[in-house]
Design a protein. Sequence first.
Length: 582
Amino acid sequence: MAADRPLPYSRPTDPGKRHSHALTDGPDRAAARAMLKAVGFTDDDLAQPIIGVATTWIETMPCNINQRRLAEFVKQGIRAAGGTPMEFGTVSVSDGVSMGTEGMKASLVSREVIADSIELVARGHLFDGIVCLVGCDKTIPAAAMALGRLDIPGLILYNGTIMPGTYKGKPADVVSVFEAIGAYRAGKITLEDLYEAENGACPGAGACGGQFTANTMATVMEFIGLSPAGLNGIPAEDPKKDEAARACGELVMTLVHHDIRPSHIVTRNSLENAVASVSASGGSTNAALHLPAIASEFGIKFTLDDYAATIDRSPLIADMRPGGRYAAADMYNAGGVALIMRELMKKGLLHGDEKTVDGRTIAKIAADAVETPGQKVVHPIETPIKQTGGQAILKGTLSPDGSIVKTAGHERLTHRGPARVFNSEKACFAAVRDRQIKPGDVVVIRYEGPIGGPGMQEMLSVTGAIQGEGIGEEILLLTDGRFSGGTHGLMIGHVAPEAAVGGPIALVEEGDIISVDVTARELNLEVAPSVLAERRSRWTPPAPNYTRGVMAKYAALVSSASEGAITNGAALARALEARKEG
């Protein structure tokens, strides 16, 4: 150190170092500074607010693969605005890659692990602020959950959608491949056709291209206010994404200096705005899990009934895949999700005074929307695609605590038929593959809920195969598991209570008549109560699929799908209570 330069011990603390000063300031913290200097940080770096840069980069999928590059631009922005970035990574599980295997059970579990790990790193290193880079499905709600727990200034940037691929000269995505598998098994296409779909569907970096779960939750983050407006929608391989990342680095420093925290942004009203965006965009049913979970981390009571009430009053206005024609990149080119905001604001279906991390209100963002002339992705709200939105919450004798169906992309709202019962997705897929499912059937997949799976795996392998075989409009499928955002057709998920805890779905037998009426919001098992009581007296819960490790821990702690499948110890509490009663 130069002789004319004073020691840093008496330097005034930057007001933005609300947390990190306890880590870096004063003589007693010399050992910590020594270790941080080994990393390459200087006295000047450590005198500034310390900002965590969380990435979910992983080399198992295209969805998050550009985050290492984006993190460098985020860090540039933080440094330019007077902060010191510290990058760290967490896990991610690719739904699309693991789909149809035992690995798919890890996906929803990863949401909790990601939230826990972001929270732990931020708490352990006393960050003053945080930027979370997210991509594949569970990383987005996980980051929001972590921000709710930490309540330090922070924001979320989605690394962007993949561009559409091509198959037979038409736009394609990974769902196209799942459906091609079903078509091949049904003898409708050749193995060469399937290989063509495989090679053409996913052209590069970015998360799945339709309004599947990743793009649904990226939209939600703009409507809920945790992402700067317009930046999530920039596709992964668009050069503007780098500029967006740098802007987020600069913006987080504004949040830090003014102590603008996530709890100032996320309210009950902003949650309702988020649900409205799901309905209006024909988004994924997984939002019904993630939004109550996010609400819980912010200490806001937001139930499945609250979700249902907002869904029911929000029309479908975006013509997005899988139910519609367009991909997320098309939405960006049309003018972005601000167009949806603008249309919903016309009918007073959003709380326009809710604030966002970029300092504007929802009403202001809607007013600033710039529509590309001639775009056909977002319909005027005066002439919506559907009046009642893209989803419906169903209850009844088969799902007293609720279940969910996506209504975007099909017109069939009723079905009544005999049950075909499978105690795992694997068993059901084998039956579909062998063409044992017939028109009129009600396919029941159970013991795949949050506890039973555990992990509530998605069923895109099964639903894609059914659609590819060509019987998707002639059957009903229901499960206590969940669906990919790419699923379409009359498919009902999240049936609660789940089979593993003795919900009515556990009592269904082959040939029982099941009926659904989406308009009436009902899902019923047409079996006499006395018969169900007799079956219940014989029912015993199955042995757990895992008895140690993360999956067993998750099954012990996770709550019902109707509560967002949060790890609040509900299952363990029930087990202890049952043991006490026994």
